[in-house]
Design a protein around this ligand. Structure first.
Ligand code: ADP
Length: 267
């Protein structure tokens, strides 16, 4: 018995298959394109091929993410807040606060001991405090995202980035480059700016309660991890594939819906 979760994010689409015992059978990720149907079908095919499965082996599918309504083959769809909470709870049951920074939004979610959402806040209106901000700055500084951690770790100071707006912050970064401010210090300042922006929404969900998980594609960024860890003051629990928790949660929900239906059918 296999089930699947599909998360169509604004930047990346993810497909995750769970096996009979709830173990991950395969995972595929691809850039989200304007042809969402095709993106969804491609990652589904890749995940099925990797697990050596056929479409009919998947008994139930749940979609999530901003493109969740556009997935024609999913039986149900659920919000990314519920799916992230479910996915993180399945990995780290002790987590009470989730900080998720994705491609075009960031969220802070509080969950109870059963993984149920207590409250949440989401910024999807401004690129500051999202992966988009890191991409713009990486281009301006000529440094690949994957090298940020290494570069930031040698910075003794953090340059102050005063502008919140991504476009103005980019100009500020360029002017600091011209003023010969060391690149590692500018980068450290950029990481601080992202975390500060995300943190502004934290008070809206009350205080940060441990344990704290950091998820979303930006959790791969070692520079941002370092600053967030400092700000939170508790060790961060980070999944092995931080981008996958929405799809993981969707797959767990698919599993629970399928098992409930099967139980009803046999009684
Ligand atoms: P969404 O669900 O909104 O599409 P994701 O959670 O998939 O977003 O995150 C996508 C973002 O993660 C990208 O915009 C990129 O900035 C960032 N990202 C992905 N992989 C890495 C990496 N290895 N290092 C740094 N940032 C990354």
């Amino acid at each position: 018995m296999y089930v699947a979760g599909i998360d169509i994010g604004s930047v990346a689409a993810k497909f995750l298959i769970l096996g009979e015992g709830g173990e991950v059978a395969s995972y595929a990720v691809a850039e989200t394109t304007p042809d969402v149907d095709r993106t969804a079908e491609e990652i589904r095919k890749r995940a099925l091929d990797e697990a050596g499965l056929k479409l009919e082996d998947i008994k139930y599918m749940v979609s999530t993410g901003y493109g969740r309504y556009t997935v024609p083959f999913a039986q149900e769809n659920r919000t990314e807040i519920i799916c992230h909470a479910t996915g993180v709870h399945s990995l780290f049951p002790s987590v009470r606060t989730i900080v998720d920074i994705g491609g075009q939004d960031s969220k802070v979610i509080r969950v109870d001991e059963t993984g149920r959402v207590k409250n949440f806040t989401m910024n999807s209106k401004c690129a500051a405090g999202t992966g988009r901000f890191t991409e713009v700055m990486a281009r301006a500084l000529g440094i690949e995202l994957s090298r940020w951690g290494e570069v930031v770790s040698s910075a003794e100071n953090r340059a102050k980035i005063s502008n919140i707006c991504t476009v103005f912050a980019e100009s500020e970064v360029i002017s600091k480059i011209m003023q010969k401010v060391p690149i590692n210090e500018i980068l450290a300042g950029v990481c601080e700016a992202i975390v500060t922006r995300v943190y502004e929404s934290v008070h809206r969900v009350g205080k940060v309660e441990p344990d704290v998980a950091f998820t979303g594609g930006v959790a791969n960024n070692l520079g941002v991890r370092q600053v967030l860890q400092e700000k939170v003051g508790y060790p961060l629990l980070i999944p092995e594939i931080p981008q996958s928790t929405g799809a993981l949660g969707a797959a767990y929900l698919a599993r629970s819906y399928y098992l409930t239906q099967r139980k009803k059918g046999s009684s």
